[in-house]
Design a protein around this ligand. Sequence first.
Ligand code: CO8
Length: 258
Amino acid sequence: MADELVLLEKRDTGVALVTLNRPDALNAMNMALRKALAETFLSLHDDPDVRCIVLTGDEKAFVAGADLKEFLDLDAIQLMKRRSERYWNAVAATPQPVIAAVRGYAFGGGLELAMACDILVVGEEAQLGQPEIRVGIMPGAGGTQRLTRAVGKYKAMKMCLTGKPVTGREAYEMGLASEVVPDAEVLETALKMAETIARQPPLSAQAIKECILAGQDAALASGILMERKAFQLLFASEDRVEGMTAFAEKRRPAFRGE
Ligand code: CO8
């Protein structure tokens, strides 16, 4: 277990905790780690017992970026042929909500991985940055795109062009995090939030996630239409009947994801 690059713990609360486990390299993402992470997420996509996922590293690092040592001798065609985007997509396309619990460094591909999640809980002293420019490359897995959507053009330009990180507190203030807490409370806060989400009807949670993500890139009228159709569709779910009946009967609903 301790040798595994990615640890998976499924809890009876409906929460899955995924922990990156390459501490000697500050969780830098080599190909083996990316593959293991993708396989772990793919195994969760269709698991009805998993209603929310928390992704974390350790106290020192969420992820210190792509593995630079592995990049050193790579040429452009070899890089292209690795098609490593499929590993990122396995995380980004997860139907259930995913919370990134960020402590320590989230650099380069690490920040891009966190931004592929839906909610970011960050420690006050965490360091988030896109330092790729300092080693002669640039963000390559969403950094110029998701960061700009999150914080706007001017802050994204500054972060990507200077390579300078921001703290977790600064990230929260600029809209790059959902919540900031003392570093020691990050994981607990993320897990509690995940438990709250896991108690909600999963079809609603998944529809909300889908609408927010797809709506970001749609015209407002198209986004509103998409939202209305998803809203109407949820009236076909058993959990909708259960939720409204439980409200009328003044009891706690029991959602089954049907
Ligand atoms: N790659 C490989 N090894 C790393 C990385 C990394 N990104 N980061 C840290 N490590 C290793 C170190 O080499 C060191 O190993 P060793 O003990 O064998 O020498 C160990 O982790 C501990 O690191 P440090 O001794 O450097 O620890 P410090 O606390 O002194 O410093 C830092 C921590 C500041 C995080 C420092 O390690 C650092 O600057 N790391 C590099 C950060 C970086 O530049 N990240 C961006 C990488 S590029 C990228 O992510 C592009 C993504 C695009 C994805 C697209 C895919 C197609």
